[in-house]
Ligand binder design. Structure first.
Ligand code: 9MR
Length: 363
């Protein structure tokens, strides 16, 4: 057992050993993951639980992957994480092959898996400009009918999962990259479609926390200013919004500092919003599928800073990664970028894993 792992184990049984966590936090990231197995480490969810924060992952196809690989992936998922993200299974086109058909099979199996394993589920997402089915896009519906379609969707879906989710991403990526609201199929309903979506969701489930979720808003910038203005207005007018999700899709080299994250989070927290990190991935350059050891250290620091940004924000209650292992994670351009999450293609913990673990332990 390395000094670091001994230290982590001691933390599990004696959280009072505060200096132990601090040492882990200050030490350089351990690069020797070659022989490490997930069972050697204190699970991330243990540290998350101790700090009152969920640590989550996107399931991908982990629940159905066959053979030893599938079993290993599910073992990592259950052991390390306390929150699941359903990826595509709760998106509009997936749930609604036609106006009259609701297909809950896959999403229900993720929720059941989570319940069996003492995990919570983030619902994602009710209103998004992508993955809108052709029957909506090409339906040439007048605004009132489109409004009715969205309202009945939210009623049915939120009702189906009532009492079973820890969060709903009610509206996803409504803000354009230029800081103006996107023009989408849903904007034809009228400028109030965002607030109505929150109201319709709240009417069906009074308890589930309702989130706005977006990317490129993790630090103070023109887009986050615009989202701040939007959510500030919603809060002022009593629209039932509980939180904001920050996606955290970055190339590791360009990822923000903990200070920059915490400063931005603070202003949203001051609106009374809960905060979650919802889809984190930190891409690094890859050649023939491999990242350099130096880049994996940069990536580890980027993850550390992200976790610390959350830990410095009392309202930040979840850190979720968009994938479990590098063999199955979303990558914007796989020819140049990759290796974005905490476990490598052979399901071994990477420096980024240890960085997240150390940061959570040192909270
Ligand atoms: O990571 C998700 C990937 O598994 C899905 O195939 C893809 C299409 O459903 O969506 C990815 O998630 C997106 C998320 O829903 C919204 N933010 C951007 C994410 C990456 O495109």
């Amino acid at each position: 057992m390395t000094a670091r792992r001994l230290c982590a184990s001691l933390l599990l049984v004696a959280a009072a050993l505060a200096g132990c966590g601090a040492d882990s936090h200050m030490a350089p990231f351990v690069p020797d993951t070659t022989n490490a197995a997930p069972a050697d480490t204190v699970p991330l969810r243990v540290y998350g639980d101790a700090g009152g924060r969920f640590v989550g992952a996107a399931t991908g196809t982990a629940l159905t992957m066959p053979g030893d690989s599938g079993a290993q992936l599910r073992a990592i998922l259950v052991r390390q994480f306390s929150m699941l993200w359903t990826g595509t299974f709760m998106k509009f086109d997936y749930l609604r092959p036609s106006r009259s058909v609701y297909n809950y099979t896959q999403a229900d199996s993720v929720v059941a898996f989570a319940q069996r394993n003492r995990m919570v589920v983030r619902g994602h997402t009710l209103v998004w400009h992508q993955q809108v089915p052709a029957w909506v896009l090409n339906g040439n519906y007048p605004p009132d009918t489109l409004r009715a379609i969205l309202e009945e969707h939210i009623e049915n879906v939120v009702g189906h999962f009532k009492g079973k989710l820890a969060a709903w991403d009610v509206v996803n990526e409504a803000m354009g990259d230029d800081g103006n609201l996107r023009s989408t199929v849903w904007s034809a309903i009228g400028p109030d479609y965002i607030e109505q979506a929150f109201r319709w969701a709240r009417a069906v489930d009074p308890a589930v926390p309702l989130y706005y979720n977006d990317y490129d808003i993790e630090t103070v910038n023109a887009k986050s200013d615009a989202v701040y203005g939007l959510l500030s207005d919603l809060k002022t007018r009593g629209v039932p919004i509980d939180g904001i999700g920050f996606q955290f899709h970055y190339t590791a080299q360009a990822a923000p500092s903990a200070d920059a994250i915490a400063a931005n989070f603070a202003r949203f927290a001051a609106l009374g919003l809960k905060i979650q990190i919802t889809e984190a991935d930190m891409h690094v350059a890859v050649q023939n599928g491999f990242a350099s050891a130096a880049d994996l250290q940069v990536q580890a620091r980027a993850y550390r800073d992200m976790v610390n940004g959350c830990l410095r924000t009392p309202n930040c209650n979840a850190i979720e990664i968009e994938g479990i292992y590098d063999g199955q994670a979303w990558v914007s351009d796989p020819t140049q970028w990759g290796a974005p999450v905490l476990y490598d293609t052979r399901m071994r913990p990477k420096p980024a894993y240890y960085a997240v673990q150390a940061a959570l332990a040192a909270r």
